[in-house]
Design a protein around this ligand. Structure first.
Ligand SMILES: [Fe+2]
Length: 147
């Protein structure tokens, strides 16, 4: 079934948050060094947020009468973010997450505009809320890296 453009955007975002979720879990498990305690906890906080977003995006799709992508295979086919099999340094982990969130914010702001144009206030608000929150997270991650 061909999805409407907004549903396609929501499906891609859902899939991207699944990739981000798994990447953050991997970082949570494998981060090492003097920054361990702070980053181990921060990555957990961020993967919990990513999981909540996956759920909210799926439910937004359902409310719009569209089927969310249900399998990891389907989600991998849709996602724009790349999986991480390597075990980067603690700083590179933070840099990768900041970069992924920046890419997500570009998609979210586009979706916000498209939803406004289509008169879908719920999707507009959802995208705007995520982008606004992530701007703050990106600032914090960049501040950490500049320390
Ligand atoms: Fe844990």
């Amino acid at each position: 079934m061909k999805q409407q453009p907004l549903d396609q955007d929501l499906s891609v975002l859902l899939s991207d948050y699944q990739i981000l979720y798994m990447k953050l879990r991997g970082y949570h498990w494998t981060v090492t060094g003097p920054l361990f305690f702070g980053l181990h906890a921060k990555f957990e906080e961020l993967y919990d947020e990513a999981a909540e977003k996956v759920d909210a995006l799926a439910e937004r799709l359902a409310a719009r009468g569209s089927r969310p992508p249900l399998t990891l295979k389907e989600q991998l086919g849709l996602a724009r973010l790349k999986e991480e099999a390597a075990q980067p340094s603690a700083n590179d982990m933070v840099r990768n997450i900041a970069t992924d969130l920046e890419a997500l914010n570009v998609s979210l702001r586009k979706l916000e505009q498209a939803a406004a144009k289509a008169g879908d206030a719920a999707t507009e608000n959802l995208a705007q809320g995520y982008a606004d929150g992530q701007e703050k997270t990106i600032w914090m991650l960049r501040a950490f890296l500049n320390g």
